[in-house]
Design a protein. Structure first.
Length: 154
């Protein structure tokens, strides 16, 4: 919210942030995010920057990598965030080809606590943890990661 004299308050979801986070999110960098001391402001900045983009651009640690059943690469990425829980993503490759014949990669957010923490250490457990019950996303679809074994992808 800005006033004629140039004074203003900038907030997103009730969190006060620097003006550029609202007006010029294109100026947000991973360096600015990592330098932010306030965890709530940092969360807003990450959200505005794009969580998956932040994980990729910030030099996240590759925790695990392997190949899926079709020999497509998968990577489990972890970004430690000061005074907050780590951000964990698994990078997977879509089975459906794009019009140009390429295969698009996707980043899926992972609950690092799922399956007793295995989702933060193993690609397969991480992917299994992204499947949730319809109507109650707090309940995982599979009791253990090994129960996730797709035969056909569509």
């Amino acid at each position: 919210m800005g006033f004629q004299d140039g004074w203003g308050i900038y907030a997103i979801h009730g969190t006060r942030v620097p003006a550029y986070v609202v007006d010029r999110p294109d100026l947000i960098t991973t360096q600015l995010i990592d330098a932010e001391d306030n965890a709530e402001v940092r969360r807003v900045m990450i959200d505005r920057y794009g969580v998956d983009r932040y994980v990729k651009d910030s030099g996240a640690e590759i925790v695990h990598s392997d190949l899926d059943q079709y020999d497509r690469p998968r990577r489990l990425l972890r970004k430690d965030v000061p005074d907050d829980e780590p951000i964990v993503f698994v990078e997977v490759t879509n089975a459906t080809r794009e019009p140009d014949g390429s295969l698009k990669k996707y980043m899926l957010r992972v609950d690092p606590q799922a399956y007793g923490g295995r989702a933060a250490r193993e690609c397969h457990a991480a992917i299994a943890s992204t499947w949730r019950k319809k109507g109650d996303t707090s309940v995982m679809m599979f009791a253990k990661p090994e129960d996730y074994c797709p035969v056909v992808e569509t």
